[in-house]
Design a protein around this ligand. Sequence first.
Ligand SMILES: *[C@@H]1O[C@H](CO)[C@@H](O)[C@H](O)[C@H]1NC(C)=O
Ligand SMILES: *[C@@H]1O[C@H](CO)[C@@H](O)[C@H](O)[C@H]1NC(C)=O
Ligand SMILES: *[C@@H]1O[C@H](CO)[C@@H](O)[C@H](O)[C@H]1NC(C)=O
Ligand SMILES: *[C@@H]1O[C@H](CO)[C@@H](O)[C@H](O)[C@H]1NC(C)=O
Ligand SMILES: *[C@@H]1O[C@H](CO)[C@@H](O)[C@H](O)[C@H]1NC(C)=O
Length: 472
Amino acid sequence: MNTLLLLLACTGLALAGPGAVLEAQQAVGQTANVDVSVTRGKPDHLASGWIYGIPDNFPNQIPRSWYTDVGFRWGKGGGAQLGAVGQRGWVVSLNDYKGRFASTLANYKTCRALGADFHIYVHDLWGTDHAGGEGGKWPGDNNDFSDYDRFVKQLMADVAANMDPAHVTWDIWNEPDIQPYFWVRSAQQWVNLYVRTHKMIRANRALDAMKISGPAIGFAPGPNNAYWTTWLPQAVGNNTIPDYYTLHLLGGPGDINYDPEYTNVSLARLLKTYGAPQRQVFINEYAAAAEMVPSGYVWWISRLERYDTPGMLANWLSGTQLHDLFGGLLTKRSNPADYAATDYAPAGGYPVYKYYGTNMTGLRVNTTGSADRWLDVYSTVGSDKVRILAGVRVHTGTYAVTVRGLSAVGYASGSVDVTAYSFDGTSTTAIAGNPTSRGKTSYSIANDTITITVRQTEAHTAWAYEFDVKKH
Ligand SMILES: *[C@@H]1O[C@H](CO)[C@@H](O)[C@H](O)[C@H]1NC(C)=O
Ligand SMILES: *[C@@H]1O[C@H](CO)[C@@H](O)[C@H](O)[C@H]1NC(C)=O
Ligand SMILES: *[C@@H]1O[C@H](CO)[C@@H](O)[C@H](O)[C@H]1NC(C)=O
Ligand SMILES: *[C@@H]1O[C@H](CO)[C@@H](O)[C@H](O)[C@H]1NC(C)=O
Ligand SMILES: *[C@@H]1O[C@H](CO)[C@@H](O)[C@H](O)[C@H]1NC(C)=O
């Protein structure tokens, strides 16, 4: 979801969840845990990706270090919202498809030059934003897929000729349930499209190495979501299960249905009900606009890392800013709406992703989020320091982080001196500084554990805690 209109569509997400906010449970369960004695492999920066957000030329004006410092892993594009003649998508003309493919290819090249994989928003190349709504032209209308089939063949040929399929994922169709923006026909007509596309791609040997993703349904998976329950059995029945199950988790702070802790279970149940195989889950749009502040970003990083789930930040900007600014991690000193300006500066989230992508070295360690679901933590143990990111999901209160297993990093007894840093950025437009040092606090060890207090007085603040690994 990426337009102002979609902001409206998304309001429906929050309303649809059963009593999303968890105020009543605040009195208990406000502690997250880090166990430094249990390692979970090297950091892979699973959360370091965003949809769109990259200028439409290659090479482009954003210096390489802005990408590499955040450990950029995956990008996604398709030419959304381009409106000029020659850039409006297949539904308008072959020439308009070519304009959108040029944008897609430029974004692909940027990603590959950085070692990142690229995902294609195929509905953008079709041009849903120029399809004419209900009275317009949609794949499979009157049971006729011939024009759509020509489109798929054209795009398959262009991918094969211009991209390395081993680093491309074809996202079959975006948010068929977010109507009227991305689809205006029945769920079954979309499932027909899904099944036929999967079969066409897998019949094309040139694209054997390319991954397919879906269903990219906007609402969370569950037994009462008719899009999921229509799609999944037919995908199983036709042997057209995608390589990635894609979810969009955009419900916002406190919405428990748009939380990997919930969807990990709800999706597993659905898969079981329909006899569907396990696949890697990819949350290819994460975080509501209200979560685009340090505390929200850290909560998402922590959740995605816990479930070993790659993710791409959603993008709530529009116009040229949609094709610039890393989905709101970057802003500009003069005017972020000036596409040509190159005075890039970090917005609120950038220092968080930079710390995650650059400082957090070593091995990931095991964590649990708070039982009330507001606080979550991500932690690594390097050769020099233990580092912990802590984020209360855009919320205030007094929270705690326990750090267990301290003997594994050289502490037998006594105390641990922990330096705290705050990430104080406030938005996707205001320029953010480096994390602020909040000084050192000495915590006494009891039972191999210390307990750090998190006083979350401003909902947007996120925290880093660091202490030395003791040499033996
Ligand atoms: C395969 O998909 C089609 C829709 O394209 C559907 O009509 C059919 O029932 C599915 N087959 C099975 C066995 O699920
Ligand atoms: C649930 O999370 C585990 C990792 O904790 C992962 O292996 C599994 O694929 C996830 N399943 C779903 C359906 O999200
Ligand atoms: C992160 O690493 C950089 C580069 O080594 C260093 O300058 C900076 O102080 C570190 N940040 C924190 C909060 O430790
Ligand atoms: C790791 O954390 C998970 C919760 O995220 C917990 O269920 C599991 O028991 C922990 N494993 C170890 C070995 O501590
Ligand atoms: C000590 O820590 C262990 C492991 O973290 C835990 O199971 C146990 O309950 C703790 N004991 C006390 C007295 O807190």
